[in-house]
Design a protein. Structure first.
Length: 137
């Protein structure tokens, strides 16, 4: 249920939107996929590198240096929302999203980064209801 709630907020639908990828103007670059991985926060870089580990070279390969630069920068001089060096990225995302392995990678990485830590924290404070656990997510 937590993923469905997330999709309602991210994509205005209960259907998981693996192929979404747009610059929504929030200062985090491209927002993409099932849970809104972004080019400016590092979670998208984590996802793409994990996917490439699983399947080998993909259409994302040429973007890895720039994704890494955006993900690793702690400098205010590197705007996290900068997508100027990521031309064509949304098209590659949409193409790769047709691959079952990429959808599985999105699920696995979002579980590892977001869902499992949220469920652990909810358990630590005694939240057991589905709704309560979903709120933590």
């Amino acid at each position: 249920i937590a993923l469905i709630v997330t999709n309602v907020f991210e994509h205005a639908t209960k259907t998981i939107n693996y192929n979404f990828c747009e610059n929504i103007g929030d200062g985090r670059g491209f927002t993409c996929g099932s849970v809104g991985f972004t080019t400016g926060t590092g979670d998208l870089y984590t996802l793409v590198t994990e996917y490439q580990k699983r399947v080998g070279e993909t259409g994302f390969g040429k973007y890895l240096p720039e994704l890494n630069r955006l993900a690793s920068s702690t400098s205010c001089s590197v705007p996290k929302g900068d997508v100027s060096q990521l031309g064509g990225f949304p098209d590659v995302w949409k193409k790769e999203s047709c691959q079952v392995a990429f959808r599985k990678a999105q699920d696995d990485v979002s579980d590892f980064i977001y869902f499992l830590p949220a469920m652990e924290l909810a358990a630590q404070v005694g939240v057991r209801s589905v709704l309560g656990r979903s709120i933590f997510y």
